[in-house]
Design a protein around this ligand. Structure first.
Ligand code: NDP
Length: 493
């Protein structure tokens, strides 16, 4: 063991009294309609589904299912609002987006509690990550709305028109903000479909947008399952489709749009490598690895789900990692001390369970801390696999759960080869004290985002997106404006 790694000290138990966040700030209606043209309307085919609290399996509300006629109506509303909104000055659009950001800050607690109730993520994450970042996205793009002429040198941007946006269940409000803020800043109108299991914060956002002064029809929010998403992205009157979700559905959408002129951005799955060299600050790296995979129950497209450890420190690092794993608190997402909350749905829990079983069957060694999972609700213990080979399914497939697969390497070249040995290319992490090695590695990583001595850091000013089967197009930063504009040359000839 290298000298800088002390012998592990014995673990000790810390008792935490329950610290539940009150839900009294949230009022959930029995049922919700569709938000089309600035009004709440009933779906034309009258269908609905139930959204449940994944931590208790209790129903929260009945949600309208948008059929083809509703999708049509939403796209028509967005189309008829399009010229008006595009004609607003950037300064006026900017003011509205600032108001959205400020209202999100003012109502942050309400949104955070609702997000946790509907999605199962720990309240400390909804409160300290999702809500501040959602507001930050609106602030950031509010800043661009009246400066678009400076974003693209020598060219004049104009809005595309109507965007259809489909978002997943892992960061419901944050993904809505990632999608809406740049589209609105650039003068586009939108039809947004949240995921079936997590519609409530997007529906609350509909009211907030109206309160902020977003004109009727500029944002339309329709709910439903995959069929509603398919009807939306297949609608012939869209100028742009933006999708975040699984690679499988992303490929289907790309096939569907291949024969049309509709612009497309896809933000899909990942299987990121978090690479730790022997000279890294080990305790910080352990924290980064833990946050990289167990944050949001591992329901993160850029999660560091493959840990690559340099062989010389592997044993000592794993000792520390297991010790840290033992301290994670799993349970009630509304408890402010909870680190790992509920799995978003029964279907997702089944998928995680099946992949974990495949890891055991294929011969990897599983470690789970001794933790008691709640009797009701969908939970999965944080899980660590060692003895993983590159061919194992747990090293190749996106698990989207609290499951870490550990591999080892000897040289930097080997680390690069193993890290890139995946169909995905969304993110990577490099832990070393050597700056030149960070640059050397980052140059060779086939990943859209590379973090150095940190992981899962998000900022609205920084572009995010993938290579290979992780999709294309960027969200965030100045780059995030580009998918929503047509650029005209200022100087001809
Ligand atoms: P999906 O890709 O099915 O869902 C993402 C969004 O697309 C949801 O709003 C979904 O609606 C919608 N959708 C589903 N089918 C279609 C379609 N044919 N056309 C248009 N929209 C559609 O992901 P899942 O929820 O099924 O999760 C499966 C796996 O995907 C996960 O285990 C994980 O590996 C990966 N995933 C990756 C995400 C990422 O951020 N990269 C996010 C979510 C999942 P609805 O939810 O109502 O079915």
């Amino acid at each position: 063991m290298p000298e800088n790694l002390p012998e592990p000290v014995p673990t000790f138990d810390l008792e935490y009294a329950p610290a539940p966040e009150s839900t009294s700030i949230v009022s959930i209606a029995d049922s919700y309609g569709l938000f089309i043209g600035g009004r709440w309307v009933e779906p034309r085919d009258g269908g609905s589904f139930t959204t449940v609290n994944p931590a208790t399996e209790e129903p929260l509300a009945e949600i309208a299912t948008a059929g083809a006629a509703d999708v049509d109506a939403a796209v028509a509303a967005a189309r008829s609002a399009s010229d008006g909104w595009a004609g607003w000055s950037g300064r006026e659009r900017s003011k509205v987006l600032y108001r959205v950001a400020r209202l999100l800050q003012e109502r942050a607690r309400e949104f955070a509690v609702l997000e946790t109730l509907d999605g199962g993520k720990p309240i400390k994450e909804s409160r300290d990550v999702d809500l501040p970042l959602a507001a930050a996205h609106f602030f950031y793009y509010a800043g661009w709305a009246d400066k678009l002429g400076y974003a693209f040198a020598g060219r004049r941007p104009r809005p595309l028109g109507v965007a259809g946006q489909v978002i997943p269940w892992n960061f419901p409000l944050l993904m809505a903000s990632w999608k809406l803020a740049p589209a609105l800043a650039t003068g586009n109108t939108v039809v947004l479909k949240p995921a079936e299991t997590t519609p409530l914060t997007a529906l609350l956002l509909a009211d907030l947008l109206a309160e902020a002064g977003v004109p009727d029809g500029v944002v339309n929010i329709i709910t439903g399952a995959g069929e509603t998403g398919a009807a939306l992205v297949g609608h012939p009157d869209l100028d742009k489709v933006a999708f975040t979700g699984s690679t499988e559905v992303g490929k289907a959408i790309q096939r569907e749009l291949a024969s049309r002129g509709t612009r497309l951005t896809l933000e899909l799955g990942g299987k990121a490598a978090n690479i730790v060299f022997e000279d890294a600050a080990i305790d910080q790296a352990v924290e980064g690895v833990i946050g990289g995979i167990y944050f949001n129950q591992g329901h993160v497209c850029c999660a560091g789900s493959r840990l690559l450890l340099q062989e010389s420190i592997a044993d000592a690092f794993l000792t520390k990692l297991r010790r840290r794993l033992d301290t994670l608190r799993v349970g009630d997402p509304l408890d402010k001390n909870t680190d790992v909350g509920a799995i978003n749905s029964k279907a997702q829990l089944d998928r995680i369970t099946e992949l974990v079983a495949s890891g055991v069957d294929e011969g990897a060694e599983m470690y789970q801390p001794a933790c008691t999972l709640p009797e009701r609700g969908w939970f999965h213990a944080p899980t660590l696999f060692t003895g993983v080979s590159q061919s194992h399914r747990i090293a190749r497939e996106e698990i989207f759960g609290p499951v870490l697969s550990v591999l080892t390497f000897r040289t930097a070249e080997e680390a690069v080869t193993k890290a890139n040995n995946t169909p995905y290319g969304l993110s990577a992490g490099i832990w070393t004290e050597k700056g030149s090695r960070i640059l050397w590695m980052a140059d060779r990583m086939k990943a859209g985002v590379v973090w150095a001595n940190t992981f899962n850091q998000f900022d609205p000013t920084s572009p995010f997106g993938g290579f290979k089967e992780s999709g294309f197009g960027r969200e965030g930063g100045r780059h995030g404006l580009e998918p929503y504009v047509v650029l005209e040359d200022l100087v001809s000839g």
